[in-house]
Design a protein around this ligand. Structure first.
Ligand code: HEM
Length: 330
């Protein structure tokens, strides 16, 4: 499932942010996705390397990575070129409203504005950031939810009934209004990533000297905060080790502790994740589609699934056996 979910998230990000759906989901080999998936694990590997060996010697793994990055950059540049051509054609024909239709068009329009200091490299770097930031993170969050849904029949039946009620006779959620009603589908993912934080830490840098709880933090110090401890602290979440999606739906139980600010999966402050609402919609769409149409079982011993940290923390595996539910679909 992890691979399929990554294909889905790449397709969604590209279609929405860049106006092109590479449809890696339906291709035998989703080339751009295969190259992209090498990026975060290599970043993690190099961050933990005892020294920056790759400046002196390149092993097979580094050469594979170099080749993948060449392909990724080629893809991004070609995407930018196609978008520019489309924008030029639209401007000439004047058939389209000239307002940017997606994020890439907005960035290119900004670059072309008089006095702009934005370069092609800046736009390309932002395209790459969006692709990388939105892929593993969202796919992995959904995969962790399947870890719980795939082993809990009662929860799965409840989510399936909820999804079917919202979707009606449709096979997928087709309207924004319907997506807004799928709170439980997002809650199963949010709660899964509270227990298995896919963003294991967030990094900050003070803009001025500060003193926090008696600790002096000089301006510019690099700070890394672990995300799991506050999310597993009973001072923030009642019965913290229990998987309980409902805690995200009605947190008004008189004695319940629910400090949602301790859920730092999307970071905080001025650099908070700009894709968090898109991620939430993707979770709602995937979980509702899966649960409404299929019954899902983990096809291995769930206890053997471990956390693998490759920048984002993903499950070691998530093989699922899906069986089509007996429903009339329009
Ligand atoms: C469950 C899914 C996601 C998680 C857990 C997540 C998590 C994060 C985190 C922790 C940060 C760093 C925030 C900080 O420094 O304080 C971040 C940044 C970012 N995210 Fe996400 N993200 C997710 C989905 C997405 C999606 C779908 C997109 C867009 C397609 C996206 C785009 C970005 C970008 C562009 C940044 C950099 C923002 C900046 O540096 O100013 N993310 N994300």
């Amino acid at each position: 499932m992890i691979d399929d979910l990554k294909r889905f998230t790449v397709d969604v990000t590209s279609a929405l942010a860049f106006g092109e759906d590479p449809n890696t989901l339906e291709k035998e080999r989703g080339l751009i996705r295969e190259h992209l998936t090498q990026l975060l694990p290599m970043l993690m590997f190099r961050l933990n390397a005892p020294f920056a060996y790759w400046h002196y010697i390149r092993f097979a793994r580094d050469r594979r990575f170099d080749r993948a990055m060449i392909e990724v950059h080629r893809y991004v540049r070609a995407l930018m070129m196609r978008t520019r051509e489309r924008m030029r054609a639209d401007a000439v024909s004047m058939e389209q409203d000239s307002a940017p239709r997606n994020l890439l068009e907005a960035m290119l329009a900004l670059q072309d504005a008089p006095g702009s200091a934005i370069t092609d490299d800046t736009v390309a770097a932002n395209v790459l950031t969006l692709l990388v930031a939105g892929e593993d993170t969202t796919a992995t969050s959904i995969a962790w939810a399947l870890r719980f849904l795939g082993t809990d029949d009662a929860l799965q039946a409840r989510v399936a009934a909820h999804a079917r009620a919202v979707l009606g006779g449709a096979s997928v959620c087709a309207s924004y209004q319907a997506a807004r009603d799928l709170d439980l589908c997002e809650a199963v993912c949010t709660e899964a990533t509270r227990l298995h934080p896919i963003a294991p830490y967030v990094s900050f840098e003070p803009l001025e000297d500060v003193c926090l709880q008696g600790v002096r933090l000089p301006k510019g110090a690099k700070l890394f905060f672990l995300n799991r401890p506050p999310m597993m602290d009973a001072a923030n979440f009642s019965d913290p080790s229990r998987y309980d999606p409902d805690r995200w739906l009605h947190n008004d139980a008189p004695d319940a502790v629910h400090a949602s600010r301790a859920y730092m999966q999307f970071g905080a402050g001025p650099r908070v994740c700009p894709g968090r609402h898109l991620a939430s919609v993707e979770m709602r769409l995937v979980i509702s589609m899966l649960m409404a149409n299929f019954s899902a079982r983990i096809a291995m011993n769930a206890a053997d699934i471990t956390e693998v940290c490759a920048f984002a923390t993903r499950p070691s595996a998530m093989p699922m056996r899906l069986a089509l539910r007996d429903v009339a679909i329009v």
